[in-house]
Design a protein around this ligand. Structure first.
Ligand code: AMP
Length: 379
């Protein structure tokens, strides 16, 4: 595959202006690029650090076209952007990842079908359009099972765990007319993920496997490397790279896995962008996931993803602000802790406001240290 290299000094366009876009923009600017960010909000996290913030909705095709005329390549930090916008952009400048990648992963049924058709292991699933479909799927897959809306779900939104005795008509009703997917419950021991990059040149590299702990469906802590046998880690990285190739991805993607007792990996979902579980790469790897996205979409050689030392990341949610401003000076008294705040002014419950990263001699030591540091914020 050959692609024109987009060199430092060029302008990168970003659809989405959240924290992922902010960290991408900071890394892009360090590398000497200019960044334009489009987001429906004003003073968005990425807009605060970009050269230009464009306020428009993701389905405003005209705004995206105007933007595309002034950038050298367009990328995303958010996958739920309309196909119409993505296709319009692609007529004007390179859109990386392409509209077809986003189309596949925007919809859980399409995503699961793509994975299983390409030989990647997933939990058994069924398409749900009617209450009759749901009853038949439950008879087939058994309970417990997870019922999800097929579109626009993240952090557990639009998800119901179905357990024996549940009212299936009510569960179907909660889909509110949206298409659903029923997934067999995966009795996982651990949730792990792999961030991988594929450059416009076709070069593909994965980071170390991350071990993730969720609280209320939101990522709470990540440890790098995951505490799993090396052959399983190798297989997870191999699969993430193979998924990037099969999708025709250009950019960074994250593959989330369930690790079952006995060592089998199932792919849970794919995000075609940098990921929350890759945040520690900013402080703990030779190249961060955000620098890697810049390199990948610009057709540059990829950077070394090597992990310098074991590391842990802890999310800072708006909940920490419940009794007033967190005690930053107590946190910063931990001299080894790296604080990242996303520039959001409204600390709502469950809202991702920032994160902490700490390195340690072992994954356990890093995890313990990052938890201690976070507790100090509200002690
Ligand atoms: P998702 O939005 O699909 O990533 O799901 C959010 C979280 O719900 C996952 O990180 C899991 O903890 C849980 N979950 C989702 N699907 C399943 C499943 N099929 N089996 C067991 N747990 C699941």
């Amino acid at each position: 595959m050959s692609a024109a290299v987009i060199r430092p000094g060029a302008t990168l366009g970003l659809l989405g202006g959240g924290q992922l876009g902010r960290m991408f923009a900071l890394e892009a600017r360090r590398l000497g690029y200019r960044v334009h960010a489009l987001d429906p909000g004003h003073d968005c996290p990425a807009g605060q650090v970009a050269d230009l913030e464009i306020r428009a909705s993701y389905d405003d095709v005209y705004a995206a076209e105007m933007m595309a005329r002034n950038v050298d390549v367009m990328t995303v930090e958010f996958e739920n952007i309309s196909a119409e916008t993505l296709e319009a952009v692609a007529k004007i400048c390179p859109m990386r990842p392409g509209a077809s990648v986003l189309h596949t992963v925007q919809h859980r049924m399409r995503e699961k079908r793509f994975l299983s058709d390409n030989g990647f292991p997933v939990t058994p699933f069924r398409e749900i359009n009617t209450a009759v479909d749901l009853k038949a799927a439950v008879a087939d897959l058994g309970l417990p099972a997870i019922l999800k809306t097929a579109s626009f779900g993240y952090d557990g939104k639009g998800q119901q765990k179905l357990t024996p005795g549940i009212d299936l008509d009510a569960a179907f009703g909660a889909l509110q007319g949206q298409q659903g997917i029923l997934e067999a419950f995966a009795p996982f021991e651990l949730e792990v993920s792999v961030v991988a990059a594929r450059s416009a040149t076709g070069e593909t590299i994965a980071f170390e496997v991350a071990e993730n702990d969720h609280v209320n469906h939101i990522l709470d802590t990540t440890v790098l490397p995951a505490r799993i046998p090396t052959d399983i880690a190798r297989e997870a990285r191999r699969m993430a790279e193979a998924i990037a190739v099969a999708l025709g991805m250009v950019g960074v993607l994250c593959v989330e896995f369930f690790l079952l007792p006995g060592g089998k990996l199932l792919v849970n979902e794919v995000a075609p962008r940098p990921h929350n579980s890759g945040h520690a790469t900013l402080d703990a790897c030779v190249t961060s996931q955000f620098e890697q996205q810049v390199r990948a979409v610009c057709g540059l050689p990829l950077g070394d993803p090597a992990l310098l030392r074991p590391a842990a990341m802890a999310q800072l949610l708006g909940d920490l602000w419940e009794n007033g401003e967190p005690a930053w000076e107590r946190l910063l008294a931990f001299p080894d802790v790296k604080l990242h705040l996303y520039g959001k002014v409204d600390p709502r419950r469950g809202r991702k406001m920032g994160h902490l990263t700490v390195m340690g001699d072992t994954p356990e030591a890093a995890l313990q240290r990052v938890r201690e540091a976070r507790s100090a914020l509200t002690a």
